[in-house]
Unconditional design. Structure first.
Length: 206
């Protein structure tokens, strides 16, 4: 049992802000869309998640909310009680199920297009960039699952869990965007970049 510290949350917030600015520059967090999170404690599960309604290219370290396993806000001394993203519940579910400490959610166009073309999942194989998501460049059939969108995070979480494959650190939410996860935020960024490239490639050669 441990408690999130103010400094721990702000440190996570600073890292989330840097990555959010990067993803915004890629056009993957248009408007105020998308959200990023880091686990700050495991027992109990607490995540620092980007606050709702803010421009993701302009976040600062304190533009962060702390949530529990259901995505509801949790008070931490010294942290202003901002509204967490409505999607924080799915971040917490992904962190709990996968064991990942960093979760990325972006509204990358290629993820939505790929979900439209392949609603049963995006099949990929024999591409070098698959190594970037921890799979093999040859003779390894990779399926990026596609789940139906919902505004109910419990329902969406159940769909994620049903589709979850521990070998594949990404899921597409149809008509919505992409979630990826990894042990660190930097690794989650690399996975996001590679998945987005793989989806663009799949669309281009279909
Ligand atoms: Zn979203």
């Amino acid at each position: 049992m441990n408690v999130p510290t103010t400094q721990g949350v702000l440190d996570a917030g600073a890292r989330l802000a840097v990555e959010a600015a990067r993803f915004t520059s890629f056009g993957w967090m248009r408007g105020t869309s998308g959200n990023l999170s880091e686990v700050v404690t495991r027992d109990p599960l607490r995540l620092a998640v980007t606050a709702s309604g803010l421009d993701k290219g302009e976040l600062t370290a304190s533009d962060v909310a702390v949530v529990g396993p259901d995505g509801g806000p949790v008070e931490v001394g010294g942290i202003a009680p901002l509204t967490p993203s409505a999607e924080a519940g799915l971040h917490a579910r992904i962190a709990g199920v996968s064991g990942a400490d960093a979760i990325v959610h972006v509204h990358a166009l290629n993820a939505v297009l790929a979900g439209h073309h392949w609603p049963a999942g995006v099949r990929l194989r024999d591409v070098e960039t698959l190594k970037g998501i921890g799979r093999l460049a040859h003779d390894d059939e990779v399926v990026i699952p596609v789940i139906t969108n919902s505004q109910d995070m419990t329902e969406l979480g159940d769909r994620f869990e049903a589709a979850y494959d521990p070998r594949t650190p990404a899921v597409i939410v149809a008509d919505h965007g992409l979630y990826t996860w990894a042990p660190t935020l930097k690794r989650a960024r690399h996975i996001t970049e590679c998945v987005e490239w793989l989806l663009a490639y799949a669309i281009a050669i279909r």
